[in-house]
Write a protein that binds this ligand. Structure first.
Ligand code: FEO
Length: 388
């Protein structure tokens, strides 16, 4: 069965984007991204979301090919973010009888994006409402804040497909050969991660459904081993660590804090620990944030700069705070040549993270490691591993 066929009646009409530099103008996507869209062909035809404006021409070509001369009856809008909704007005202009299916929040926000009057073609649905297409029946479940307030998911009961909006999405085009976990984690933590509770609510609703296929708005259609993906979503949305390991995130100006961070990494590895080291000035910030959630321990290592934190560390901590970082052990290492301030500032941040515990001692480096700071480093390595 080709990529375009989920089943005889359900067709993929989305598009790969290999050229976008930054998703949401902030996330590096070396393997691009897909904007997924689906067509359910029955007595009535339903389009399940559109795509980003960048892919509009290709999407219309896919749509027309799968319509094969027929006209669509419904456009189900599960999410109004422009990477999925950009072509709503255009497709409505092309098909004058097309009805738009959304909820009260969808229709409240729709005029903010489009000049068109949708009043004659609204099908407003609420939790549990159904829409008959013939042999297929759609049931709508509200999923507010999985990622935006108007988000809803759609269950098709004949084929047992759940259309999950951004949920279960990942970076990477569909022709990218890679494991799901890493890019799905980087996507989830950075984009949906703030909204753990709403995701938990959605997972409870999903648990009551017999699901054979998950059709997300980004990344591959999931058909096998669904328990794996559901388990990952349970872990990520409850902010539990996924595995044991230490992330060392450093912000170094001239390399001395970096050298101390690498020294700590070596000490931890000697003790059999899995370690993931990030140079916050150069490495992918979104991956550093995702790994901070993946593992159970974190070390923040930063130079003092202008009496404050070296900026990339401040940026990292801001990201963690925004994504509800919690339930981890945190060690701190600072550097300051004349008036070290970084530890105080990092501690203030860390104390604001829910249910996090400190690993002592704080390591203070004066320019370069010396016997005293080396001893602190060794004590910190002990503290980080004493329970493992
Ligand atoms: Fe893929 Fe929240 O949009």
């Amino acid at each position: 069965m080709s990529k375009l066929m989920i089943s005889d009646a359900v067709r993929y009409i989305g598009c790969d984007d290999h050229d976008l530099d930054l998703f949401e103008s902030q996330y590096r996507i070396l393997n691009g991204v897909s904007y997924n869209s689906y067509l359910i062909v029955d007595e009535k035809i339903a389009i399940m979301d559109t795509v980003d404006a960048r892919a509009g021409m290709d999407w219309f070509a896919n749509l027309e090919q799968e319509l094969n001369g027929r006209e669509p009856d419904y456009l189900v809008v599960s999410h109004l973010e422009p990477d999925h909704a950009s072509n709503i007005q255009k497709v409505c202009e092309k098909y004058p009888d097309l009805q738009v299916v959304g909820n009260a929040k969808t229709f409240g926000m729709l005029p903010q994006f489009f000049s068109m009057d949708f009043s004659g073609r609204k099908v407003e649905v609420k939790e549990g409402d159904t829409l008959e297409l013939g042999g297929h029946t759609l049931t709508f479940y509200m999923a507010p804040m999985v990622h935006w307030p108007e988000v809803m998911v759609t269950y098709e009961k004949t084929e047992k497909i759940l259309f999950t909006a951004d949920g279960f999405g990942k970076f990477g085009t569909l022709d990218t050969q890679e494991e799901w976990d890493d890019e799905a984690r980087r996507y989830f933590i950075n984009i949906v991660g703030k909204y753990g509770m709403p995701v938990q609510t959605l997972l409870k609703k999903a648990a009551a459904l017999d699901i054979r296929t998950i059709c997300p708005l980004h990344g591959p259609v999931l058909k096998e081993n669904l328990g794996h993906y559901l388990e990952k979503y349970q872990i990520w949305s409850s902010y539990r660590p996924e595995e044991e390991g230490v992330v060392i995130a450093y912000a170094s100006i001239h390399g001395n804090t970096a050298a101390a961070a690498r020294k700590l990494a070596a000490l931890l590895e000697e003790k059999g620990q899995k370690v993931s080291v990030f140079d916050l000035a150069r490495d992918d910030m979104a991956e550093a944030v995702a790994d901070a959630f993946r593992y159970d321990r974190l070390v923040l290592a930063a130079a003092t700069y202008d009496g404050g934190l070296f900026p990339c560390m401040a940026d990292f901590l801001y990201h963690l705070k925004m994504k509800n970082y919690q339930k981890r052990t945190i060690g701190i290492m600072e550097n300051g040549s004349w008036a070290p301030m970084a530890a105080k500032l990092m501690k203030e941040y860390a104390e604001g993270f829910k249910d996090c515990v400190p690993a002592e001692p704080v390591v203070t480096i004066r320019s370069t490691l010396n016997a005293a700071s080396q001893a602190q480093l060794e004590q910190l390595a002990e503290a980080l591993t004493e329970k493992y």
